[in-house]
Ligand binder design. Structure first.
Ligand code: T5A
Length: 206
């Protein structure tokens, strides 16, 4: 039996982690075996790669080819060790970011050729795409305010400027024309967004 693979995407601070947790909670309460995970990370190796990717500051010597390969290395391990086995055993997998983040951040925002990004994404993901991707859309200014309000250190990528995140957001909105996506206005309350995602999930899979 094949499980269901759902990913959550959006620029920093859009509220995707909040929504993922709310959906996990709802699914588990309704008796569905659900795995919650994230990228980069999700495995022991992936979490070490995540620490490398997020440490340091914007502008540190960190070549973009090395950066994309680290995201893909984390993904390859994640697919093989955690996501594919869970899907093969019929579970629902909810993942905070997946290969659309690479299209958006390393492709559109950093400028790596789209065909190279696509090739690496297919290779690392074993050609498995999400069944549904929830895009939580919030404008860059509002996201910056949320991050500032959270009072935590901005990681290396979060230190990028508004132009970088505008490119990322525009690319997300373009990607979201695909049927796989469900776009929701992330400026509504967390409860309203959750209702919408839950309805869409039910409509597609139940
Ligand atoms: N990356 C990742 C790449 O460059 N390439 C890749 O291939 C991949 C996989 C990962 C970083 O790596 C990059 C992108 C990222 O820079 P991450 O762990 O996903 O980072 O971190 P962020 O995107 O920065 O995620 P955050 O956890 O900071 O933000 P979320 O998940 O968008 O938002 P969340 O839910 O934590 O909420 C942020 C704040 O907003 C509030 C929350 O309480 C919190 O304070 N909030 C709301 N406020 C008002 N209204 C709502 N509806 C709200 N929902 C949440």
């Amino acid at each position: 039996m094949s499980g269901i693979f759902v990913t959550f995407e959006g620029i920093e601070g859009c509220g995707k982690s909040t929504q993922l947790l709310m959906l996990v909670d709802w699914l588990r309460k309704n008796g569905y075996e659900t795995v919650a995970t994230r990228e980069p990370g999700g495995t022991e190796m992936g979490e070490k790669i995540r620490a490398i990717l997020q440490s340091g500051n914007r502008g540190d010597v960190f070549c973009i080819r090395a950066e994309i390969l680290l995201f893909e290395a984390s993904r390859a391990q994640h697919m093989e060790e955690k996501i594919l086995p869970a899907l093969e055993s019929g579970k629902i997998v909810l993942c905070d970011r997946f290969f659309d983040s690479t299209v958006v951040y390393q492709g559109a925002a950093r400028g790596i050729d789209a065909d190279i990004v696509k090739f690496l994404n297919v290779f690392a993901s074993h050609g498995r795409s999400p069944d549904l991707t929830a895009l939580i859309d919030v404008d860059v200014g509002a996201c910056f305010k949320r991050i500032a309000a959270s009072n935590r250190r901005r990681d290396r990528i979060e230190q990028e400027d508004a132009i970088f995140f505008e490119k990322a957001r525009n690319c997300y909105l373009k990607l979201a024309e695909e049927k796989r996506f469900f776009t929701v206005d992330g400026t509504a309350s967390a409860e309203i967004i959750h209702e919408k995602i839950k309805d869409e999930f039910g409509r597609r899979f139940f």
